[in-house]
Structure formats: C-alpha cells, structure tokens
Design a binder for this molecule. Structure first.
Ligand SMILES: *Cc1c(COP(=O)(O)O)cnc(C)c1O
Length: 403
C-alpha cells in the first residue's frame, strides 16, 4: 500500500473530473486548434477558448485574451521576467523581487543579472512578509518590474499582494506575481489587486502536469521567448497542448467552485495538526507566519531531530522538507535561511502540505507517528538531554581550538 500523500506543494493528484474532460481531446477530438478549414480544428479551438474563459474568470481577468498558455509555471515565470526585461530598448532595467521566490524566478533573475540587468531584493521579515516601505525605497527610474509571489511553497506565507499592486500602480511599474501556490487556496483577483501578470501551474491545482499559463494584462508588452507560428498573440508560439489546456480549464473551474468549502475544510485539518504537534511534542518551532499562511501549509522545525531522518522514519506518510530540488541535495532550505532560521533548526524542518485527499484520520495517524518517531530520534541525540536538563550549551566551558 502507498503512503498517505501530504506533499501537495510539490504536486497534486489530478482530479477524475479533469481526466474525464481531457479524454476526448486525447482521442477523437485530436484536431489542431489552428486549423480553420475543417471541424477538427474548430472543435479543438472551441475547447481551448472555453478553457481560456474559465481561467480568466477564475482569476478575475477582464478578458480571456489575457491568458497565455505555457508549458507550466516555470515557463510563465521566465516569460514574465525575460519578456519585460528584453522589451527594454534604451537601457537594461532593474527587477525587484524577494529572496524566498521559487527558483523559476530566482534563477531567471540571476541569468538576467549576468546579462547586465539589475536585481534588487526587497527585505522580508522573520515570517517572510515583504517590507513594503523598503520595496518603495528600492523603486528607481530604471525599475521595469516588481515580481513578488502570492504565497510561498515552503512556509506558506501569504504576501500582501493587493498592497504591492497598489504601490506598483502608483509608480506605474508592472507587477508580476507567481500565484502557483495561492490559486484555489487564497482569494486572488487580478483586476481588484492591480496584478499585471500572474503565473499559473496546472499540476498544483489538481490539473495535469506540463501545462500552465501567464496572465498578461492588456497593454503589457512582452518579448516572446519561443518564436514560431505566432500563437498566443505572438507571445508563445507552438501548437497548443489541447488536452492539457482543457484539463487546466477544468481544474480552474473546479477550484473556483470548491474553493470556499475546501479551504475551510483544509484549515480545520491544518489547525488540528498544528494543535496536535504543539501540544504533544515539545521544542518545536513554527516557520512562517502564524496566520498569514496558506490553509494547507505547516512548516515546523523539530529541535534535535534531523528533518530528513524524521521524514524517513515517518514512512507511512509522504512528506518533504521543502522544495524538491533542495531536498535532493540535502542542503538546508534557502527559504528558511532567508527568514533567518538558524542553520541547525533549518535542518530539522518538515513541510506539511495538505490537500483534497487528506482526512481527519490521516492527521490522527500522522500525529501518533510524529510523536513516536520524534521521541525515538531524540533519544539518540545526546544534546537533547543537555537541553532538557536546562543546560545552555553555549555557556559550557568548551575547549578552545587553536588556529
Ligand atoms: C511548482 C512551482 C512552480 C513551477 O511550476 P511548474 O508548472 O512545475 O513549472 C513555480 N512557482 C511555484 C511557487 C511553484 O510552487
């Protein structure tokens, strides 16, 4: 039997309704939406446009044309940053972002920096929330884009997106947000929140992998990264991934339909897990904001227990310590580092990512497991005994290393 899945920030299982919606477009309705001389093309085109409308409606876009389909959010993030940067004619501009962004933003910004563009990082507090005053101070005449995520995939911190949008609008600077983790879990509305571009990923909202979108508000000009047949208003060429797009549209429709009930349900489960951990296990630290966080996210450091060891010990539940890439390299999380979690505690962290398939029974099972395994692993840690006895290890009369 497979373990209980609790890693919904990494990916989500595709909804059965999504698969059902996609199936005809993987079989009989195989037309190319760009073919306009026969019904095969027309059927595919109609399905794509319907999905585009559903996505536009979901995020509060004025017009369906403002949705550009991509291969995922990584591509959407690349298109947003490079598309704006490469559109600068006279000078290489400055992009403002934060240190806790997804690698799709950070690595793109890094590449642009190597090409002569500038990146500035707005300060964040110990919970990961952006400092709006500092953001304002960073803005200069060269600023061409502000890109700040809607919610973080490791610590679940929700940014004040509408306030950032207001600042960007006041200075007349485009505002992009990577909303991959927030969509379907937190209320986002591009018109209301003054968002000019927004990245979407199918597989984070119970849709298919390999499909995503970038919302691009009318009037925003981007240089395309993939040239060809001029699809997607010239911003992203390539024959459209019709089944993927249909699946993404269906996932958006379901997310919109179920958001209220599902987020309330998740919040209840999440709070049960948090209360259980904090009452049953001593010396744990919550990473991220206590309240401004995604309803499906928790991130705890269990002092004196190595996160990876605890994850392995809790084999019955599929958990991770953070982003898939950093856990592969056993490096501690750059997100936790950015919010000043000490290295030793960052190594003790586990991320809990709840989702649709999780139940109260799963939480009970996990709590028993965590309590037992943390106790067992701590018994193997001599430093834990010192701490329990109230001995401050920094104040011990340590031998000094001579250099
Ligand atoms: C998963 C994720 C991405 C990348 O999305 P893909 O569709 O897998 O390329 C980007 N940003 C955030 C915040 C994510 O969680």
């Amino acid at each position: 039997m497979k373990s209980i899945y609790m890693d919904h920030h990494a990916t989500t299982p595709m909804d059965k309704e999504v698969l059902d919606a996609m199936m005809p477009y993987l079989t009989d309705n195989f037309g190319n939406p760009s073919s306009n001389t026969h019904e095969y093309g027309h059927i595919a085109r109609r399905a794509v446009e319907e999905a585009r409308k559903k996505m536009a409606d979901f995020i509060g876009a004025k017009s369906a044309d403002e949705i550009i389909f991509t291969s995922g959010a990584t591509e959407a993030d690349n298109l947003a940053l490079k598309g704006i940067a490469y559109n600068q004619k006279e000078k290489k501009g400055q992009i403002i972002t934060i240190q806790t962004e997804h690698k799709a933003i950070l690595d793109t910004a890094k590449r642009l920096q190597r090409e002569g563009y500038e990146t500035a990082f707005a300060k964040i507090d110990e919970h990961g929330i952006v400092d709006l005053d500092h953001l304002r101070q960073l803005i200069n005449p060269d600023t061409v884009l502000i890109s700040i995520q809607a919610a973080n995939s490791e610590i679940g911190t929700i940014q004040p997106v509408a306030e950032i949008g207001k600042i960007a609008r006041d200075f007349n600077i485009p505002f992009h947000t990577d909303a991959v983790q927030a969509l379907g879990r937190h209320d986002i509305h591009v018109e209301r929140d003054n968002i000019d571009m927004l990245s979407i990923s199918g597989h984070k909202i119970y849709g298919p992998k390999g499909i995503g979108a970038l919302y691009v508000k009318k009037g925003i000009r981007l240089v395309s990264l993939i040239d060809g047949g001029g699809h997607e208003r010239g911003m992203r060429s390539g024959t459209l991934n019709v089944p993927g797009i249909v699946g993404l549209g269906k996932a958006a429709e379901i997310a919109q339909r179920d958001m209220k009930t599902e987020t309330e349900r998740l919040l209840k489960l999440r709070n049960k897990l948090a209360t259980g951990i904090e009452s049953r296990i001593e010396q744990v630290k919550l990473n991220g904001h206590p309240t401004k966080r995604l309803p499906n996210n928790l991130n705890y450091s269990f002092a004196f227990v190595e996160g990876e060891s605890l994850i392995l010990a809790c084999r019955g539940v599929a958990l991770s310590s953070g982003s898939a890439c950093t856990s592969a390299s056993l490096q501690s999380s750059y997100v936790l580092k950015a919010i000043n979690v000490p290295e030793s505690l960052a190594h003790c962290s586990i991320r809990f990512g709840l989702g649709k398939c999780n139940t109260e029974e799963h939480i009970d099972y996990l709590l028993d497991l965590l309590e037992e395994k943390v106790k067992k692993l701590r018994e193997m840690s001599p430093l834990y005994d010192l701490a329990r006895e109230g001995i401050d290890i920094d104040k011990l009369n340590w031998t000094k290393h001579s250099h």
